[in-house]
Design a protein around this ligand. Structure first.
Ligand SMILES: Cc1cc2nc3c(=O)[nH]c(=O)nc-3n(C[C@H](O)[C@H](O)[C@H](O)COP(=O)(O)OP(=O)(O)OC[C@H]3O[C@@H](n4cnc5c(N)ncnc54)[C@H](O)[C@@H]3O)c2cc1C
Length: 360
């Protein structure tokens, strides 16, 4: 019988939070099964391979003090290096670009030479081979009393004593049918909690060299003219692969977007910036496994780390995780890792064990 048949704990979502939970539970000797809707692990940590390295289309940085990310990066050989800071920044508005003295836009931060997705990929690879099921969206969760929780996917029904829900709460409420089992206050909270960066498009321009550095520019800009609001150097170690990236509001992604981005990059960093070898646009608001339909309306970030997320629900068998539930570093990968670890410890200290049989 495969390991997936009788899990002690089911983790829903194989992003940083879900994989941190699954790893902690596995290391504690629990039989864990992680169900992931997408065909890949990593969630909002997504990298694409290019000649000489990787480009991050989701999370990019971590910052001093983010100890869990630092430890994981070192353990998995992600190749940490410093964000490029030196050079002048650019301020760009309707009256044109202005070169500022120095770079007051970027703060000291670290990057991953192997790409941010290396971290979740390495976590998944260190779990038993059949512990992560891809292409397996969870569609419903039901309480089955003493037997724990039943977790439904399009083609199977699984049972476990406890479940870690490592999915942005508003998305979980939209995609997963809980019947009427969740308390009203939990439903209201989860439906109102924003999805961090869920309404953002990330744009990455790839170049043959980081030519802006030779011009004494940092590759950093604030712009009020064009779709990108802030732009940063996203080149790899020693400037290879050479890349600039910017964030745009997802609503700005419409016909003509790429052309407007190219014009904006050229205005800020010179004509060569307007002709990238490749322009990657990742609109996270259109990712069905990141953003609920309500994503543009959710703005109350004070709900991040809410006390209700620190308590289990559904007969104390369903534990919240995801960066949105973290009490510290919410929104960051560090928060996601912490939320997953917290949920794993809550599972281990709960004393609830179940049959873990498959229901069919
Ligand atoms: C453009 C962008 C830039 C960012 N930059 C940074 C940065 O520089 N530094 C930083 O620290 N953070 C950054 N972040 C935030 C960071 O990516 C997140 O905090 C972190 O990756 C969240 O991890 P998570 O596990 O909580 O959620 P997710 O990564 O969203 O993982 C949730 C997982 O659950 C899966 N899932 C969803 N629904 C279901 C379902 N019904 N059944 C099964 N699986 C399901 C999803 O496919 C996904 O894999 C950025 C995010 C974005 C989008």
């Amino acid at each position: 019988m495969s390991r997936s048949a009788k899990p002690d704990v089911i983790v829903i979502g194989a992003g940083a939070a879900g994989l941190a939970a699954a790893t902690a539970l596995h290391e504690a000797g629990r039989h864990v099964l992680c169900l992931e809707a997408r065909e890949r692990v990593g969630g909002r940590m997504l990298s694409t391979a290019v000649d000489g390295g990787a480009l991050d289309l989701g999370a990019t940085w971590f910052w001093p003090g983010e100890q869990r990310v630092a430890t994981l990066a070192a353990r998995t050989g992600a190749g940490v290096f410093d964000q490029h800071l030196s050079g002048d920044a650019v301020f760009h508005d309707g009256s044109g670009p202005r070169r500022l003295q120095g770079n007051m836009i970027d703060v000291p931060a670290y990057r991953f030479a192997a790409g941010a997705q290396h971290l979740p990929a390495a976590l998944a690879a260190s779990l038993p081979a059949d512990a992560v099921l891809l292409d397996t969206p969870v569609t419903a969760i039901r309480s089955v009393g003493e037997d724990g929780l039943e977790v439904h996917t399009p083609d199977r029904t699984l049972r476990a004593a406890q479940v870690v829900l490592a999915v942005p709460p508003a998305l979980a409420l939209e995609r997963i049918d809980f019947g009427d089992a969740l308390p009203d206050e939990v439903v209201r909270l989860a439906r109102s909690t924003p999805v961090w960066m869920g309404a953002v498009a990330k744009v990455v321009g790839l170049y043959s060299s980081a030519f802006w550095r030779q011009d004494g520019l940092a590759g950093a800009a604030f712009s009020r003219s064009g779709p990108l609001q802030d732009i940063h150097d996203m080149s790899g170690p020693e400037g290879r692969p050479a890349a600039l990236f910017g964030f745009a509001h997802a609503r700005a992604v419409r016909p003509g977007f790429d052309k407007a981005v190219a014009a904006q990059l050229a205005a800020c960093f010179g004509p060569a910036a307007g002709s990238p070898d490749a322009l990657h646009v990742r609109d996270w608001s259109r990712e069905p496994w990141t953003a609920p339909r309500t994503v543009h309306a959710l703005a109350d970030y004070s709900l991040f780390g809410h006390p209700l997320y620190q308590r289990p629900t559904l007969d104390d068998r369903l534990h919240w995780a995801s960066t949105e539930t973290a009490t510290e570093y919410a929104g960051h990968v560090e928060g996601a890792l912490r939320s997953g670890e917290r949920a794993a410890y809550a599972v281990m200290s709960s004393g609830l064990y179940g049959s873990g049989n498959t229901a069919d």
